[in-house]
Design a protein around this ligand. Structure first.
Ligand SMILES: O=C(O)CCC(=O)c1ccccc1C(=O)O
Ligand SMILES: [Mg+2]
Length: 333
């Protein structure tokens, strides 16, 4: 991929700060730099704490979207899951109402400061609303030790889990957990999310037998094409998920999900519903449990409405330039 010159990137950039409806991943304002390029719109929104190596992959994904475009889709709609943040059980109906027609829900668990009882109550509430035919998965974001995960999943399994996403932080831990669950007769599949971030990761996950399913995100992997290679190398069923993107970044995830040869699970791409505002009109929101495939353009009025304060816009422009330097210096793959 040829990376545009710094001036071309800066000239194409719009920085926004969008409030979240509910705190998610500690984030209450989602900041993003949108790029208006010849092939369409791209989103550059690495989380604030990410260093330049990680963040430059997000830039590669944004440049792919805005200067190159995506591979051809093999489907026109992508089924999505509802995403339930670590809210109180009584807030679950309000969250699920934002995901019309979704029959799969992903529930955040193992939130710091909360107890297993909170997770059990939240998951029970979700199962209750979806009914027996719904699918319920949990995401611990690596918050449990192997023992904690085995105990928690044995308890949560009464609600019939589709899988548990990143129950423990490390790849070896995921492998050990799978062995322990099998020994204890707990039938819960394990998905790797944070363990799939770098080019060499998926092969490690596969070779160690650390997961049954892989979660892939376009931006951290450096674009739709790179993510397709990762899934192919891994040889495991894949679920595409968002990084809490605006509709522009979400469309890249939809493009990946639409280009995958096989797609057996709902994707975590309904998260625009967790944002209070967005850059596109209409927003890329689930309808009848699915999203349409296609490029999404940002809207000028909405870019103005959610424009970031000048100091934050300058911070993002500096970050863009730093990442540009990494990418053109050969950067991480
Ligand atoms: O998968 C989903 O349902 C939504 C996406 C999501 O949970 C997420 C969004 C931003 C950062 C991390 C994660 C995650 O899956 O851990
Ligand atoms: Mg996850």
């Amino acid at each position: 991929m040829t990376v545009p010159a710094p001036d071309a990137l800066l000239a194409a950039a719009h920085v926004v700060s969008v409030p979240m409806r509910v705190r998610f991943r500690g984030v209450i304002h989602r900041e993003a730099l949108l790029l208006d390029g010849p092939a369409g719109w791209g989103e550059f929104s690495p989380f604030l704490e990410y260093g330049p190596d990680q963040a430059s992959r997000w830039l590669a994904a944004a440049v792919e979207a805005a200067w190159e475009g995506w591979p051809a889709p093999v489907r026109h709609h992508v089924p999505v899951n509802a995403t339930v943040p670590a809210v109180d059980a009584d807030a679950v109906p309000g969250v699920l109402a934002r995901f019309p027609g979704c029959t799969t829900a992903k529930v955040k668990v193992a939130e710091p400061g909360q107890a297993l009882a909170d997770d059990l109550a939240r998951v029970a509430a979700v199962r209750d609303l979806l009914g027996r035919s719904g699918r319920v998965r949990v995401d611990a974001n690596g918050g449990w030790s192997v023992e904690q995960a085995a105990d928690a999943l044995a308890a949560l399994a009464v609600h019939d889990l589709e899988y548990a996403e990143q129950p423990c932080a490390g790849v070896e831990e995921l492998r050990d957990l799978r062995l322990l669950l099998a020994r204890r007769g707990v039938e819960v599949l394990v998905a790797a999310d944070e363990s799939i971030r770098k080019a060499e990761d998926p092969l490690r996950v596969r070779d160690l037998g650390a997961a049954d399913v892989v979660v892939v995100k376009v931006a951290p992997l450096g674009g739709v094409r790179r993510a397709l290679e990762v899934v192919d190398a891994c040889g495991l069923p894949a679920v595409v998920s968002s990084a809490l993107d605006t509709s522009v970044g979400t469309a890249a995830g939809v493009a990946l999900a639409a280009a995958l040869p096989a797609l057996d699970h709902a994707c975590g791409l309904g998260t625009v519903a967790l944002l209070e505002g967005d850059v596109a009109d209409p927003s890329l929101l689930p309808n009848e449990g699915a999203l349409p495939v296609g490029m999404v353009a940002a809207d000028r009025a909405l870019l103005d409405r959610w424009a970031a304060p000048p100091d934050r816009a300058a911070w993002w422009q500096d970050r863009l330039l730093a990442c540009h330097g990494r990418l053109t210096a050969g950067g991480p793959r």
